[in-house]
Design a protein around this ligand. Structure first.
Ligand code: PMP
Length: 304
């Protein structure tokens, strides 16, 4: 990743990709307090547009606020930085990674003497859980690792430190040949995937875990909006893993994962064992919208 052509926005300036480096004593590298976003830009019928740019940028600001990290740039500057990176790298469709992290002025867990740095990188990234998985569904396993308790980490913040838990879960199940991990909360209820929110379908209704220990996903919010517009009822509640086993359909949502059907959990086939009709409808509406083919949601697209 470090050895590429292109530009990265780094502390207010576009710098050549290979020069966007930082010192090994950078605070975040040692103690894990940093916040980031995952954003996508899509090729639309009217040129490239970043999907829900404002919501992602607001979540980045909120994530920093939760951790009392000083954010040296305002929302407008960060939104413009993301557009600038897409333009500077001539990208039609890409994934964007804004990150705010602490500098190397001091060691020790007190973060009062360290400055905040902000970078935005962008690169082409296809289907996160594989193109085949998008069409046929993926195989998921419940991890033995528990999602953070709401008072162990701050679950509304998309933070660097959260992801050691995601990596542990993912590597555990990937080792056994599964595509992705499902994490349960401290009480044993379904929380989310390692990098995705989860939905299930039962008797034509959608269910998704309420917002306790899962991330308040922007794709989750997109699906909640689309479901309401399609007249589908969505219930946000605690979900058990056996409710997922017996669901008619299940799918993950996330900026990287987009809308990915789940065909199996813990070696139990879900529904017909393929992408279900409601998942397909929402998935295809999602791709129409991000591709600029649906005027109703044109306000979710920020043209670069
Ligand atoms: N949960 C976790 C743990 C994630 O990493 C992500 C990806 N950001 C999501 C849920 C989905 O969030 P979003 O739809 O905003 O990308």
């Amino acid at each position: 990743m470090a050895d590429r052509d292109g530009f990265i926005w780094y502390d207010g300036k576009l710098v050549p990709w290979r020069d966007a480096t930082t010192h090994v004593l950078t605070h975040t590298l040692h103690y894990g307090m940093g916040v980031f976003e995952g954003v996508r830009a899509y090729k639309t019928t009217q040129g490239t547009a970043i999907f829900r740019l404002e919501e992602h940028t607001q979540r980045l600001m909120n994530s920093a606020y939760i951790f009392k990290m000083n954010m040296p740039y305002d929302k407008e500057t960060l939104m413009e930085a993301q557009k600038e990176v897409v333009r500077a790298n001539n990208l039609e469709s890409c994934y964007l990674r804004p990150i705010a992290f602490y500098g190397s002025e001091a060691m020790g867990i007190s973060a009062t003497k360290v400055s905040t740095h902000v970078a935005v990188a962008a690169w082409p990234w296809g289907a996160y859980l594989g193109a085949e998985g998008m069409a046929k569904g993926i195989r998921v396993k419940t991890s033995s690792f528990t999602r953070h308790h709401v008072n162990v980490n701050m679950c509304r913040s998309k933070s660097v430190g959260t992801y050691t838990n995601s990596i542990l879960a993912h590597q555990e199940v990937a080792h056994d040949g599964y595509d992705e991990a499902l994490l349960l909360d401290v009480d044993g209820y379904v929380a989310e995937g390692a990098g995705e929110n989860i939905f299930i379908v039962k008797k034509g209704k959608l269910y998704t875990p309420d917002l306790t220990s899962c991330l308040e996903g922007i794709t989750r919010d997109t699906i909640l909006t689309l479901a309401a517009d399609l007249g589908l009822e969505v219930i946000q509640k605690r979900i058990t893993r056996d409710e997922v086993y017996c669901a008619e359909e299940a799918f993950f949502t996330g900026t990287a994962a987009e809308v990915t059907p789940i065909r199996e959990l813990d070696n139990r086939t879900i529904g017909a064992g393929c992408r279900g009709p409601i998942t397909e409808k929402l998935q295809s509406l999602f791709f129409d919208i991000v591709g600029g083919k649906n005027d109703k949601y044109a306000n979710w697209l920020a043209h670069v």
